[in-house]
Design a protein around this ligand. Structure first.
Ligand SMILES: *Cc1c(COP(=O)(O)O)cnc(C)c1O
Length: 416
């Protein structure tokens, strides 16, 4: 099902499991403890000064900029994405807003996929109000991205698999274009997660993950992360403040995002949440393998059902970017969407589901279903919905860990 070399994926589970123990073990604890301290004291004033001046590294001063617990999670995310460093935030949206607001300035231009998470799309509106122009293009074609570029373009942003329509950008060709033009390539890897795809492999400079979804998995903690893959040369990026230009250029981007985005804007991940997300991450590759297999079985079942219209799932041969999906992703993920031929029957069908829960949310261990147009895309309005290819009767399914047989039986009785 995949052309990805085996030695690259899945992520090395053993390292995820043993990372806390190998890096700064405390009292033999096999988990990184939940450090609730806000302040950190020093024996020598030079060390306190050094933390502020950036000469003492891997130390803590005030928890808004991180704790040992969030640092342990950051190390895990960096290892999963094979990056040079990560910063955790209170949610995926906190990570995205910190990234955009600290790296873009009024007069800059951002090229983004037209098919992005609804709240990210709404955030683009805020960027517009602040003087950052945003062009939304069909990133399934790198030529459309190329055509949108301007002299003041700073960044190209895409998501690996769009929610809910499962569109996939031409990840590799856009990466090559960004490299050619010296542009920062930012990939939101939330739906696929590093268990299925590493954006670094297509030249992404920064990777965003909503930890709330696939990585934490249990629907019991919010979190987000930005990872620097080491692929982007920050020396060519004009918006780095002078104070960060003094250090190793590989650190410029993350340092600016940490200082401006975490210290100044304060979207900090709480240590309790970092701990829960770390526990979830231990089973990431197991969960994703199973939810992807179940989602494919459910997609095939729905695709063959006479009452079902279009089914959107990247690993179906009928998917418009199926070849891209097979080339890049180890499996298809837990996200699928479908329409009934008779959309008037959709609400009653959803009400008959016994196992799948009618709820918003993604990447939970339980299967969640939601009619998209009247809920999460209601505020966006009919014009944006049409632009994004969201039909009025579209149902999104986030496939959980229930057995495929039970789940398919549930949909079968609900559709009948
Ligand atoms: C959910 C989601 C986000 C936002 O994450 P939160 O943790 O809910 O703030 C960002 N991008 C994508 C693709 C998402 O699915």
């Amino acid at each position: 099902m995949t052309a990805v070399p085996d030695d690259e994926l899945p992520p090395p589970t053993s390292q995820t499991l043993h990372g806390d123990r190998r890096d700064g073990v405390e009292h033999g604890a096999i988990h990184k403890p939940i450090h609730t301290s806000v302040q950190y004291g020093f024996d020598r004033v030079e060390d306190l000064i050094g933390v502020f001046q950036g000469t003492v590294r891997n130390s803590f001063s005030y928890a808004r900029q991180g704790t040992p617990t969030s640092a342990a999670l950051e190390a895990k995310i960096s290892q999963l994405e094979q990056g040079i460093g990560s910063i955790c935030f209170a949610s995926g949206m906190a990570a995205l807003s910190a990234l955009f607001l600290t790296l873009l300035r009024a007069g800059d231009h951002l090229v983004a996929s037209r098919y992005v998470f609804g709240n990210t799309n709404s955030l683009f509106g805020t960027l517009g109000d602040l003087g950052v122009a945003v062009s939304k293009v069909d990133a399934g074609s790198a030529d459309k991205v190329r055509a949108a570029l301007r002299p003041e373009t700073r960044m190209v942003f895409v998501e690996t698999v769009a929610n809910p329509g499962t569109q996939i950008p031409d990840l590799e060709a856009i990466g090559a274009l960004c490299r050619e033009r010296g542009l920062l390539y930012v990939v939101d890897n939330t739906i696929t997660s590093p268990a299925l795809f590493r954006p670094k492999s297509v030249g992404a400079g920064l990777v965003v993950n909503s930890l709330t979804k696939t990585i934490a998995g249990h629907g019991a903690a919010l979190g987000g992360a930005v990872t620097d893959t080491g692929e982007f040369d920050w020396r060519g990026y004009p918006n780095i403040a002078a104070s960060y230009r003094a250090m190793d250029p590989r650190q410029w981007g993350l340092q600016q995002i940490r200082k401006k985005g975490l210290r100044d804007m304060g979207g900090t991940l709480a240590p309790e949440q970092a701990h829960r997300i770390s526990l979830g991450a231990e089973t990431l590759s197991l969960r994703v393998a199973q939810t992807s297999a179940t989602a494919l079985a459910l997609a095939r079942f729905l695709d063959a059902h006479p009452a079902v219209g279009r089914v959107h799932y990247p690993m179906l041969e009928s998917h418009p970017q199926h070849a891209l999906a097979v080339r890049h992703f180890k499996a298809g993920s837990w996200l699928l969407a479908f329409e009934l031929h008779d959309s008037a029957r959709m609400p009653a069908m959803l009400d008959r589901l016994q196992l799948a829960i009618k709820a918003t949310g993604l990447g939970d261990n339980r299967t969640l279903v939601i009619p998209v147009a009247p809920t999460i895309y209601w505020e966006a309005g009919p014009v944006v919905r049409a632009e994004m290819g969201i039909a009025d009767g579209l149902v999104r399914v986030s496939v959980g860990l229930e057995s495929a047989d039970e789940l398919i039986a549930d949909f079968e009785q609900a559709i009948a």
